[in-house]
Design a protein around this ligand. Structure first.
Ligand code: BMA
Length: 380
């Protein structure tokens, strides 16, 4: 589908900057705020820091893969909300390069996994100030039934423009927009973030999944969401990542896809990395995805992975690193493992876990990038 609004936006930006030029102030003509337009992102008005982040993700992915962890600063195995703490840092001495957060239950004090939203904003700012990258998923409740994300009864058709639940759904998106609007540094710079809405949409577990809506409905939902954030709320510090799950062919990848005008980052969630042969399967998928990203001028990433409770001592090098190194594939910007909730539900290492030593080997490998390895991601 074509991005019809891009030429309109460019035109509007031009008019605005001309209008600003003609305004006089007592001290002489006022300088217009610089309007920097880009032609590479979903958002042609993206801030300079956001454009820089995108370019740095692309560039860095030619030499390394950033490591990420969901809810890393919020809690870990056996602790909750302790300043400066991170299971990853406890194990290898360094923070992750990428931080995953979830916006499910926005509007309440805490998200669906109990992470307080205002504390989350503090951790996001902290991560950014140390040079890290923040990425968001959205496990939103079913907007029609009121059930949770996993209530896969039909909903998408009813929240599209002109439909019965459209305006009430926009109120949820308003809450998310307000959350992002608060993500500013003390000097007023917006903190660039990656948003990956409606993830794992080729699966059937969610209300935006393939059993609950058609491909056209899914694409319309995606486009409506991007337009609402970008054009209505004028959020210009977001990159948009799509993330189907557990596939490795081009046809499966693009079966439900809103189009290159609406996606900045090709992501993949992969939860089948529990055999050595699956490392090859994932490796082939990464090869496909990075080739597609290069051809379309996108970035690429493993937006979620892990095996629950990391049952293999050598999972980090024998499985994950093996997949990342498959045929020396380049172009994967980051790999994020899911959350460390408790000894019954974790995907990252923690002190005392049997994969701890292997994680340190993974950390020391020249391919993997943690906080200390990062260049300034927010300037070109
Ligand atoms: C799942 C599990 C759930 C969690 C959800 C959203 O994979 O970790 O416990 O609520 O993700 O974070």
């Amino acid at each position: 589908m074509k991005n019809l609004s891009r030429p309109i936006l460019l035109f509007t930006a031009l008019i605005l900057s001309l209008a600003a030029c003609s305004k006089d102030s007592p001290s002489g003509p006022e300088k217009p705020a610089p309007v920097t337009l880009n032609t590479i992102l979903v958002d042609s008005l993206a801030t300079a820091e956001t454009v820089a982040l995108f370019k740095n993700l692309q560039a860095l992915s030619q030499t390394g893969v950033m490591f990420g962890h969901q809810d890393d600063l919020a809690y870990g195995v056996g602790w909750w909300a302790e300043a400066g703490k991170s299971d990853i840092k406890l194990v290898c001495g360094d923070y992750p390069a990428v931080y995953g957060w979830d916006l499910g239950d926005i509007g309440k004090d805490a998200n669906l996994d109990g992470v307080n939203f205002s504390q989350m904003q503090g951790w996001i700012k902290e991560a950014y100030s140390r040079g890290g990258v923040n990425v968001f998923s959205m496990h939103l409740d079913n907007p029609v039934s009121g059930g949770n994300s996993w209530d896969n009864s039909a909903a998408v058709a009813q929240i599209l423009p002109g439909q019965a639940k459209h305006s009430s759904y926009l109120q949820t998106l308003d809450l998310i927009a307000a959350f992002f609007k608060d993500l500013k540094t003390d000097n007023g710079t917006y903190i660039p973030v990656v948003l990956r809405p409606y993830h794992e949409h080729n699966q059937t577990w969610s209300w935006w999944g393939k059993s609950a809506c058609t491909a056209d409905e899914y694409n319309a939902l995606w486009i409506m969401t991007v337009q609402y954030f970008r054009d209505h709320h004028k959020l210009h510090h977001l990159l948009y990542a799509i993330s189907p799950q557990d596939i490795n062919t081009e046809s499966a990848y693009f079966e439900r896809y809103p189009g290159d005008d609406w996606v900045d980052i090709l992501g993949l969630d992969y939860y089948q990395l529990w055999s050595k042969s699956s490392a090859t399967t994932l490796g082939k998928g990464l090869q496909m995805m990075s080739a597609q990203a290069a051809a379309r001028n996108k970035a690429a990433a493993i937006t979620e992975t892990g095996v629950e409770n990391v049952p293999f001592t050598d999972w980090w090098t024998g499985y994950l690193l093996a997949a990342l190194k498959y045929k020396q594939t380049k172009g994967i910007a980051w790999v994020l493992v899911w959350r460390n909730k408790s000894t019954d539900h974790f995907f990252g290492p923690y002190p005392g876990h049997k994969s701890e030593q292997d994680f340190i080997t993974f950390y020391n490998d020249s391919l993997t990038l943690f906080e200390n390895d990062l260049p300034d991601m927010y300037h070109e």
